[in-house]
Design a protein. Sequence first.
Length: 299
Amino acid sequence: MKRADLHTHTTASDGLHKPSENVRMAAGAGLSAIGITDHDTVAGLDEARQAAKTYGIEVVPGVEISTAQDGQDIHILGYFADDRDPVFLARLASQRRVRDSRNELIVAKLNELGVSLSWETVLDAAGRDRGPDETVGRPHIAEAMVRIGAVGSVQEAFDRYLAEGKPAYVLPPRIAPAEAIAWIHEAGGAAVIAHPGLYGADEAVEALLRGGVADGVEAYHSDHTAEDERRYAAMAQRYGVIATGGSDFHGERKGRVYHGPIGWRSADGDVVRALRERSKDRLAARLSDSPDGGGTASD
């Protein structure tokens, strides 16, 4: 059966591998498709698409948008949105500015806590000169902390400082999940609630699925228990939405794979087709609502 890992990250955000490397690993894992879902950016998609021609698999274009509701961080995955749409790209850019502010606040908090860390050290830990459409995340801050000897590992950095509820954690002002879902729909994409088992907020998740606000829920995820997966698969069936799956692969460093290796969690080919069809429905709705009755802004 054809399988697709619909949730992976690359160096365009906080992953450790280039988009082309994710595609290569997906092909090596026997997958027929891979989702590239970087945080608040679609900068890795072109490279991934080029690599897909070499390795003979499909790239499912995606993005993971950071949102919050009632003080709870919630992420929304978008699939098959128009990643050339100028409005959508501007909205993602606004998200990256929020992320940059969050990162600066984290570094400031760490310095207040006695961890002498500079932003330049964080960028160096990211291993690249950040492009205008790429993002830096907490894993880069954690790696910088390892490099200066403040902690012994990336995991220790999260456990002691960076995870939710820890001294240097910062939850900046975020858009609401429903707003991110609307952004994705307006760009002709399908919106899926990412890793709901990490939130402890099933009522909020159900509210987004009820009535078709979101198009799906990521039932199968590397950090979900078997009970989580059964519960969210049943929830998807109850509300008539799509149950997706993905590893949330961020890369491997010193023998440790973050979240799970590519293909550790996946969905079958019918799920990819369902997301594509839902995207077509959203795009058709967008075009029918346009002032000229079906044209696009570029017409």
